[in-house]
Design a protein around this ligand. Structure first.
Ligand code: THU
Length: 133
């Protein structure tokens, strides 16, 4: 599966977002190493701090389905004019299940896309340096 297809899946799932407080929809699509695609969207709560990002939602769904290695990630933020990258907490959680070289693409409603890797998003991660990945 190419990154265009993965980004399109993230874009579609963003429309399922439950984000009445921020009005900021986000979708995430993970490509598992078996070739399957798992998506997630942000789910907010009136107790704001309980809100879950799209990326972590996708990881929780995937692991629940028995998928624990991801080879690519796309994030779509259709309410943003700019590409929206994952928050720090999500970078940490994603790095648990992805190699540092795994490609990541993110974008908003404009044409700009950022193409990067988990390792660039979370440099000097302890697990990479320990050689455990
Ligand atoms: N959000 C995500 O789901 N992923 C990101 O990468 C950035 C932020 C969500 C959290 C919150 O529901 C809303 O976007 C506004 O921050």
């Amino acid at each position: 599966m190419d990154m265009d297809t993965l980004f399109e899946a993230a874009w579609q799932v963003a429309h399922n977002s439950y984000s009445p407080y921020s009005r900021f929809r986000v979708g995430a699509a993970l490509l598992a190493e078996d070739g399957s695609l798992i998506t997630g969207t942000n789910v907010e709560n009136r107790s704001y701090g309980l809100s879950i990002c799209a990326e972590r939602g996708a990881v929780m769904a995937a692991v629940s389905q028995g998928k624990k290695r991801f080879i690519a990630l796309a994030i779509a933020a259709p309410d943003a004019d700019y590409p929206v990258g994952p928050c720090g907490a999500c970078r940490q959680v994603l790095s648990e299940f992805m190699d540092s070289a795994a490609p990541v693409r993110f974008g908003g409603r404009g044409a700009e896309r950022v193409n990067t890797t988990i390792g660039e998003l979370l440099p000097h991660d302890s697990l990479y340096e320990l050689g455990d990945k």
